[in-house]
Structure formats: C-alpha cells, structure tokens
Ligand binder design. Structure first.
Ligand SMILES: Cc1cc2nc3c(=O)[nH]c(=O)nc-3n(C[C@H](O)[C@H](O)[C@H](O)COP(=O)(O)OP(=O)(O)OC[C@H]3O[C@@H](n4cnc5c(N)ncnc54)[C@H](O)[C@@H]3O)c2cc1C
Ligand code: FES
Length: 367
C-alpha cells in the first residue's frame, strides 16, 4: 500500500515538473504571432500579440475582468465564455465550473493562453470597469496589523461604485515581487464621496501586496486601481438586515452603512463585528457616528479571545454563534457577510438553520 502511494506521489510530482517545463519552454520558444480576439460577435475586435494569458491580454487592452487572486487560478472570478480557439478546458479550471458553465464554454480567463484567434463573450457591464490613477492621501494604522489607505483620485477624478463592491489595487514591481501583481480590496468609504476611496488592508505574512502596502507604500505615492467589481451590495427591500464582518471584512459593511445613512434608509440593521481581542477593534468612532445617524442600528462587537487586560464585558466567542443566538426567526432577515472564508461558511450554515434562505444571503470571501 505504502509503495503504491509513493509511486502515485512520484508520478504526480513528475507530471507537475513536466507541466512546468513545458510552460517554461513554451514561453521561450513558441511564437504565436499576432492574434485576433473577436468580442461579442464582432462588436469589438482586438489585435494582440499571442503568448500571454487571456486575462492579462484583455487588461492590457483596457478590458478588466474580475479577479481577486491576481491570475493564480484560485479565486474562480475571472470567468468568461470562450466560444472558439480556447483549446480544451484545463484541470485547473474544472473545480470552478458547474455543468451549465461547462456546457456554455465558460473558462477561467487567467488560465487560457492566447495561442491563436479567439472568439469570446464578455458581459457588456464589464466594459464600464476602468483603470484609475490615484495618489496616496493618507496612510493610517488602524490596529497592529490593519492599515487604512486613503486614495485621492486623480484621473479620472471620481469613481462610481455600489457600496460593498471592491477594486483591484495594482502593486508595482518592487524588491518583494519581480513583477506587478494586483489584488482585490473592498472599498470602505462612502460612495457619496467619489473623489477618494478608503481601503482597509490586513497584513499577511510574506504576502506580496500587503507587504508592499504595509512596508513600502508612502504618502503621496501614485497608485493605480481598477474597478469597481462584484455583486456584494445592498439589495432593495425592507427586510431586517444582519451584517457580519471579521477583521478587514468590516470595510464593505461600513460602506453599506454609510449608504444607508446618506440615503435615509431606516431598515432595522445589526452589525456583528468579530475580532480576536480588544486591540483588534477599529473604526469604533466611525461606527458610533453611524449609530447616531441610523435610527434602527445596533452594533455588536464580539471578541473571540479577549485578553485579561481587555476587561471585556461584551459578547465573546465566535461571531457566528453570537449572531445565531440573537436571530431567532430568519424568515424576514437578509444577511451580508464579509471576511474570513471559514467564518462565512459557518455563518451561511447557521443562517439557513434559522430560516434565512440562500437568495437572501450575500457574501464576499476574502480569499
Ligand atoms: C472580493 C475580495 C475583497 C477583498 N477585500 C479585502 C480587504 O478589504 N482587505 C483585505 O485586507 N483583504 C481583502 N481581500 C484579500 C486580498 O485580496 C488579498 O488576498 C490579501 O490582501 C493577501 O494578498 P497578498 O498579496 O499580501 O498575499 P499573497 O501573496 O496573495 O499570499 C501569500 C500567502 O498568504 C496566504 N494568504 C492570502 N491571504 C491570506 C489571509 N487573509 N490570511 C492568511 N493567509 C493568507 C496565501 O494563501 C499565500 O500562501 C479581498 C479578497 C477578495 C476576494
Ligand atoms: S483570476 Fe483568480 S481564478 Fe482567474
């Protein structure tokens, strides 16, 4: 049995090495020349140099496809239909596809290489997504591991987004990354202030983008972003709202709360904010100011592991557990969840148990 397992491991290792070698050889030896990308039955046509991934090729042409993992094939967001010329679907793509998508020739654009002419289909609303040149107006440490980045928009000078949506931040080549990378960050600020956006960025050890933001980015630096992206935004209804955020997952929820205050939306809303200890709480003054503007707002901070010096009198444990104890009848509840993917999976399960149906649960996983 052990020998069979070792044999299988060796075989899979060999396959991976061969795949990498083929990819490297391909990038050096193959010349795909100029290729035509026909978009939406010829509404738009691009002449491009072949050899790069479709996602990056489109981005170079100013067409931005949603992506959160920077093209590493791990977020599944960069889907579009490749009707002709895309070659067979790859094993890296199939885990993200359901049967209908496979039937519709949906592909992960970060996995498809432009080797020949392509015919693709892109939802028209994606043509509205564009790049913005901004400048860092202020950097502020909100906690020991979370930094607020306030960006002043320069060109164009304003951005229109739905509160809850995210942008992609382009991290230039720096000593921690030999090539530019881009990552998704939710907008934390109000859509009513379109000339600037605030991002709330948690430091990830050895993370390419977050190391840059926390250790290299300076005030007055230029920053390129593109967006807005995503379908995490406030739905129109009069249902009671439950918002659950962990860590920087508070960002889009705050933007939604600003929208409610600005537009006079007086729905009953409870914000559950989960962090480890008291020093991880942030934006407490902002939340207090929102509470004064929102007549039916309740705020429940939850510490999972309060430190003894916190002398914490509030809720403790998992934020999801606290939420489900307080939501007894989910039949009129709409839920918005953001942050840690494990928290979101747990919350979805619990919300369903108390009667909140799938179509009333919205989430953005920070993965
Ligand atoms: C829709 C969306 C919105 C997002 N909004 C925000 C936001 O507002 N604020 C924010 O801080 N992040 C947000 N993220 C996460 C963000 O896009 C990056 O994934 C994150 O900042 C890590 O990027 P990095 O380049 O520093 O790390 P990478 O270089 O991509 O990763 C380095 C290593 O760390 C691991 N890793 C990645 N992320 C985490 C993590 N969170 N915790 C622990 N390990 C990790 C990776 O698996 C990898 O092994 C969002 C993600 C999505 C999908
Ligand atoms: S960009 Fe994330 S899977 Fe393609």
């Amino acid at each position: 049995m052990t020998q069979v397992l070792l044999g299988l491991l060796a075989l899979s290792g060999l396959t991976s090495v061969l795949a990498v070698l083929l990819e490297v050889a391909d990038s050096y030896l193959a010349d795909y020349g100029e290729c035509t990308i026909r978009i939406n039955d010829g509404d738009k046509e691009l002449q491009v140099q072949g050899g790069n991934k479709l996602l990056g090729t489109l981005m170079d042409a100013g067409i931005f496809i949603p992506s959160a993992c920077g093209g590493r094939g791990s977020c599944g967001l960069c889907k579009l239909r490749v009707l002709d010329g895309g070659g067979p679907i790859l094993p890296t793509e199939t885990p993200y596809m359901n049967a209908a998508e496979l039937q519709d020739q949906v592909r992960l654009s970060c996995q498809v290489k432009v080797r020949n002419d392509l015919a693709i289909r892109i939802p028209p609303e994606l043509f509205l997504i564009r790049a913005y040149q901004t400048r860092v107006a202020e950097l502020r440490d909100l906690t020991h591991q979370i930094r607020e980045v306030r960006l002043h928009l320069e060109d164009p000078p304003e951005i229109t987004f739905k509160p809850g949506q995210y942008i992609q931040l382009v991290v230039p080549e720096y000593e921690g990354s030999p090539e530019p990378v881009y990552r998704a960050y939710s907008v934390a600020s109000a859509a009513s202030r379109p000339g600037e956006i605030k991002l709330v960025i948690t430091r990830v050890p050895n993370g390419l983008a977050t190391t840059y933001v926390h250790h290299y980015l300076k005030e007055r630096d230029p920053v390129t972003i593109n967006g807005p992206y995503g379908d995490f935004y406030l739905r129109q209804s009069d249902r009671e709202m439950v918002l659950i955020g962990t860590g920087s997952g508070l960002a889009p929820l705050l933007s939604i709360l600003y929208q409610m205050a600005d537009e006079g939306i007086s729905r009953k809303v409870t914000l559950y904010f989960g962090v480890k200890e008291k020093r991880d709480l942030f934006y407490q003054d902002e939340i207090q100011a929102l509470a004064e503007r929102l007549p039916n707002f309740r705020y429940v901070p939850v510490l999972s592991e309060p430190a003894p010096e916190d002398q914490w009198q509030g809720e403790t444990g998992y934020v999801t557990g606290v939420m489900v104890r307080q939501v007894s009848d989910g039949s009129r509840v709409e839920a918005y969840l953001c942050g840690n993917p494990l928290m979101i999976d747990a919350a979805v399960k619990l919300l369903k148990q108390v009667g909140v149906t799938d179509e009333r649960i919205f989430h953005d996983k920070f993965a």
